[in-house]
Design a protein around this ligand. Structure first.
Ligand SMILES: Cc1cc2nc3c(=O)[nH]c(=O)nc-3n(C[C@H](O)[C@H](O)[C@H](O)COP(=O)(O)OP(=O)(O)OC[C@H]3O[C@@H](n4cnc5c(N)ncnc54)[C@H](O)[C@@H]3O)c2cc1C
Length: 565
């Protein structure tokens, strides 16, 4: 294969992946990584767990599975890649195929010629342009130095109160990490919910869980000012005027692609603000590829270009850019369905595809959704609950999005839905999926398939579902449906909604029809803990003449509002 020099700019996730793949494809190429940071291949996704004390050896963030640190020596010895750290690329001369660089320690400047260039400059954290942003005690969590700073906060144990600004994936992971360090935490989110990849009702359940762990959450309330004394942070001021005393604030309001170098070199920047690339990860200059957080990517469902700053995509795209730069364009990265997950205390939350909110915002009208609750394993194997919401095309049943939260194995569920979406599968194709079953791993019919069954029942109008949100809105409008809780009396004693419901356990229902509205057109809404018994109750009522019976999807477990008990 042709001898060529490939220069990779950026040495964290996407860059080294591209370089390593290029080496495997082309043994003769000269491959150089120019990395601004002092470290290489930092596992940034692991920072919150290092800060939270899940492990203590910082070097694990920088090591291969064998325990070897991925430094310049490792890249040279193991992969014949010249990885130069503390080296910032300052410009790209596309006409002469030259990059200029500066060593940040020695201040030495120089140039190197390239045949192919791969840009993997990542992202930069967004900062709110508000007074006090420069005070001591305000940080983001993007670099390993910021991870070091927050880990030191944990170890010193001096800080009592902290505020996390932004309730996205990294904000909530940081919230948990600092909470584990014994710090009183408040999460402040400008929007009306945390984790915007979820629909509101699932996000609210996550919020309730965070509160139950002792952390505070404010939504629909941005930070307007950081207040300090002698240059040190003392409090944050919120839009509603409240002041939260704190000695630490972590800004986690998102990242934007680092396109400075690419933009200055005249490469095309796309509508979403990332470097524009084709399916070969090739920029508007055929000799320059780009990969990772700095690019924008095609969303395979909406067909729109999006920013998807995720570690898995950085690695997948890196492989493609590396292979194409090392040979000729031969492999492609088609796009993303934006699959992601995060851990929030004992819950996990994840999604793939699009939410109902996003779908409606984009103008999808022919939608059907369902919320289903079940356990990931049998109860005798310590099964944990999962709450899943599906979004599908009402006519074809094609799945457009799936969200899952709860203490159970969310990641497995989201992974299954991601493959179903990627394959363009419909509900009818999913319902008989042959998945592995043994009690330590799943139910005989996995929650993934059960959720599809429930959606299919709804599509066939066997199940007339209504969401908790719709029930709450009905009650707020002054409507007066007959609310029927069909759980047992002991369950009712232990936990109940207190929204004017009547308790008639399912096993007594057939003998107690006289306690139901005798107007058979009166709206009856049934529920139980997860609404499985409620579905059976609804079928019994329908078989006995009631014509307007609904089931509250997900039951009490999916009720995001406060309860009487
Ligand atoms: C705290 C945290 C938790 C995360 N958790 C997850 C998760 O659980 N799951 C997930 O999928 N994703 C997660 N991510 C996102 C994931 O880490 C990123 O998508 C991934 O790191 C992107 O890789 P990258 O190589 O494109 O960019 P980066 O990791 O940002 O690396 C870019 C590198 O380029 C270098 N550079 C920039 N400009 C220059 C220049 N001019 N010259 C030389 N070098 C330059 C920088 O020094 C940097 O090291 C998390 C991110 C953070 C910060």
């Amino acid at each position: 294969m042709a001898n060529r020099r490939i220069i990779v700019v950026g040495g964290s996730a996407a860059g080294p992946k591209a370089a390593a793949k290029a080496r495997r494809i082309n043994n003769n190429a000269e491959i150089i990584i120019l990395q601004m940071d002092p470290e290489l291949s930092m596992a940034s996704c692991g920072y919150p767990y290092y800060i939270g004390g899940y492990f203590d050896d910082r070097n694990m963030l920088l090591s291969a599975a064998t325990g070897v640190t991925r430094n310049s020596k490792y890249y040279m010895n193991a992969k014949d890649i010249d990885a130069r750290v503390n080296t910032e690329v300052t410009s790209i001369d596309r006409t002469n195929h030259i990059v200029s660089f500066r060593n940040l320690i020695s201040k030495e400047e120089g140039t190197i010629a390239y045949d192919k260039l791969i840009i993997a400059t990542g992202s930069v954290p967004q900062m709110p342009p508000i007074p006090g942003i420069g005070l001591d005690g305000i940080t983001t969590l993007h670099s390993i130095r910021e991870a070091d700073y927050l880990r030191k906060v944990r170890e010193e144990g001096k800080i009592r109160k902290a505020v996390v600004v932004g309730g996205g994936l990294i904000g909530l992971e940081t919230c948990e990490a600092l909470h584990r360090a014994g710090i009183e935490i408040t999460v402040v989110e400008l929007l009306q919910q945390l984790l915007t990849f979820l629909d509101w009702e699932l996000a609210k359940l996550v919020e309730n869980h965070i509160r139950s762990k002792g952390a505070n959450v404010f939504t629909e309330n941005g930070v307007v000012e950081f207040l300090g004394e002698n240059g040190k942070l003392m409090a944050v001021k919120l839009q509603n005027g409240a002041e939260l005393p704190c000695e630490l604030a972590v800004i986690a309001i998102g990242f934007k692609p680092n396109v400075k170098l690419a933009s200055a070199a005249g490469l095309k920047i796309g509508p979403a603000g990332g470097i524009e690339v084709n399916e070969y990860m090739q920029t508007s200059d055929p000799d320059i590829y780009a990969t990772g957080d700095c690019v924008e990517t095609l969303n395979l469902i909406t067909k729109k270009k999006v920013l998807a700053p995720l570690g898995d995509l950085a690695n997948l795209q890196g492989r493609v850019a590396g292979e194409n730069a090392a040979s000729e364009n031969c492999v492609t990265f088609p796009g993303t369905i934006q699959t992601g997950a995060c851990k929030v205390f004992d819950y996990s939350a994840g999604s793939t595809g699009i939410s109902e909110f996003a779908a409606k915002k984009m103008g999808y009208e022919n939608l059907i959704t369902v919320i289903s609750v079940g356990t990931d394993k049998p109860f005798y194997m310590d099964g944990y609950l999962l709450v899943t919401k599906l979004v599908a095309d009402k006519t074809s049943g094609r799945i457009l999005g799936a969200q899952c939260i709860g203490p159970g194995n969310v990641s497995k569920q989201v992974a299954q839905w991601a493959m179903a979406l990627q394959g363009g599968m419909s509900v009818d194709q999913i319902i008989n999926s042959d998945l592995p079953y043994a009690p330590p791993f799943s139910q005989a019919i996995d929650h993934f398939i059960t959720s599809a069954h429930i959606l299919q029942n709804k599509m066939k109008v066997r199940l007339k579902g209504i969401s908790a949100k719709e029930v709450k809105e009905k009650l707020a409008r002054g409507e007066n449906p007959f609310l029927l809780d069909v759980r047992g009396p002991d369950e009712y004693e232990a936990m109940r909604l207190g929204i004017g419901e009547t308790l008639i356990p399912l096993d007594t229902l057939r003998k107690r029809f006289n306690e139901l509205p005798q107007d058979k057109d009166k709206e009856v809404i049934c529920y139980c803990k997860i609404s499985l018994r409620a579905y059976e109750a609804a079928l019994v009522l329908e078989a006995n003449g009631w014509r307007n019976v609904k089931v509250m999807e997900g039951g009490i477990v999916a009720w995001p509002y406060s309860r009487e008990k």
